[in-house]
Design a protein around this ligand. Structure first.
Ligand SMILES: O=c1[nH]c(=O)c2nc[nH]c2[nH]1
Ligand SMILES: [Zn+2]
Length: 444
């Protein structure tokens, strides 16, 4: 395309969320992307002539979408365990703590083997990208080298990612899967500095205490300091299952709540994302709000491990930042479309129990999977929707691909098409994926 600051121009239907609107649909818009992958204009299709003069492109160079196609923002998986992809879709017969001991820790301990890591990590990055996850917030394992490898693979395939080397110095059930406290702190420092040294444009480290049960108080404090000194993101788990909440109470008797454990150790900041939160009290949600900390709602995992139901309405009422996570492999699906569907199912299940509750709409679930996720990861200045100045992270969706699981009818408008895609679509309908303006699916 001609010079003048625009590298690609698309024209067709767009759907996204904004700060003020849970769903904004534009049946005929034009969007321009510059060489740096940033959106430089996003306007009504009737402005195309003046835009072509202003930005110096030929209208014949515009990429036109078909009537059954639309763009939506790439989805943000705010919580996924890359190593657990090795057994996704299996091992869902035990509650959380038994599940960790029986299946998760033995598998995660294998990532000392970099060939094994390379295979699984390549597959999880490719699978999530094909399913429309343009940004992923990953847990890796305790192994620094394999965690760095996950960062390299995400960078190679062009996925935006936060990568966490898992920190744990307590593990009575699988004692070979933990580190000594000092070693864990030193390796976390090394991981952060090695990853930052790579200067990947879209891949950054995130401080990752596994959860309060597998970390000593001393390790939690060290990690709080590391995050503060390096201005880093933090991720962990909180209040997923009743047995876990009870054990945390016993392990940290000086703390008033599970939230207080992380608060006291400097781990609850405006760059913190905590997965699950099914049993957070209103007082704890108020602390989340005050600190600007976020919750990752992982509905597939919450049901699969029989953990609990997160009341999304109550989280939103407390103005706590909220996004969706697949939580592979406690959640059996790596697709954020599944997370959207399970979030709506969970909300409806809660409505069966309480007729006063308002179910989550598909529009709200769409927002959580896109803009909400970007807010959770404090990346909403660069991704989450099609605002000018943000990176072009987008899915080109085609409802009428061969073998499509969706049928369209003449009266289906853009909102109906979007709703059908969210409820019925899959990776066959996601014909192209862009991250920061670069086409990353189909793979080059
Ligand atoms: O769903 C979960 N998956 C995990 O790997 C994990 N570790 C601590 N708590 C956890 N919850
Ligand atoms: Zn998890």
């Amino acid at each position: 395309m001609s010079s003048g600051g625009v590298a690609r121009v698309f024209r067709g239907a767009f759907a996204h969320s904004t700060r003020d609107s849970v769903l904004s649909v534009h049946p005929d818009f034009v969007l321009g992307v510059n060489e740096q992958g940033k959106i430089v204009f996003f306007e009504d299709g009737t402005n195309v002539e003046s835009l072509s003069h202003q930005w110096g492109f030929e209208t014949s160079d515009i990429e036109l979408l078909a009537p059954h196609e639309f763009f939506m923002p790439g989805m943000v998986d705010t919580h996924i365990h890359a190593p657990q992809y090795a057994y996704t879709g299996t091992h869902l017969d035990l509650p959380l703590l038994d599940w960790l001991n029986r299946y998760t820790f033995p598998v995660e301990s294998c990532y000392v083997d970099l060939d094994f890591a390379q295979d699984i990590y390549t597959k999880v990055v490719k699978r999530t990208l094909c399913n429309g996850t343009t940004t992923a917030c990953y847990f890796a394992t305790i192994h620094t080298e394999a965690s760095l490898l996950l960062g390299q693979i995400a960078d190679d395939f062009g996925q935006r990612a936060l990568i966490g080397k898992v920190c744990m110095d307590q593990n009575s059930m699988v004692p070979n899967y933990k580190e000594q406290t000092d070693e864990c702190k030193d390796e976390t420092d090394r991981f952060i500095h090695e990853l930052l040294k790579k200067k990947y444009a879209l891949v950054k480290p995130i401080v990752t205490p596994r959860f309060a049960i597998s970390c000593s108080s001393s390790l939690l404090s060290d990690l709080g300091k590391i995050a503060k000194n390096n201005d880093l993101h933090i991720q962990s788990h909180i209040s997923e299952n009743k047995e876990e909440v009870q054990l945390v109470k016993e392990l940290f008797p000086d703390c008033t709540s599970y939230t207080d454990v992380y608060l006291k150790h400097g781990l609850l900041t405006d760059k913190t994302v905590m997965a699950h939160g099914c049993y957070l009290t209103d007082e704890e949600l108020m602390i989340f709000h005050e600190k600007g900390a976020a919750v990752s709602h992982c509905p597939n995992s919450n049901i699969s491990l029989i953990s609990g139901f997160l009341n999304v309405r109550n989280v939103l009422k407390h103005k706590v930042k909220l996004g969706l996570g697949t939580d592979v492999a406690g959640g059996y699906s790596p697709s954020m479309l599944d997370a959207i569907r399970r979030a709506m199912d969970t909300s409806k299940a809660l409505c069966i129990q309480d007729a006063q509750l308002q179910p989550l709409s598909y529009k709200e679930a769409f927002r959580l999977a896109t803009l909400g996720g970007s807010e959770v990861l404090s990346l909403d200045d660069c991704t989450g929707n099609f605002e000018v100045g943000k990176d072009f992270d987008a899915l080109r969706v085609n409802i009428c691909v061969p073998g499509s699981p969706i049928d369209l009818f003449p009266r289906d408008d853009l909102e109906v098409i979007l709703e059908k895609f969210l409820n019925l679509g899959d990776d066959r309908n996601i014909v192209k994926v862009y991250v920061a303006g670069k086409q990353v699916v189909p793979f080059s």
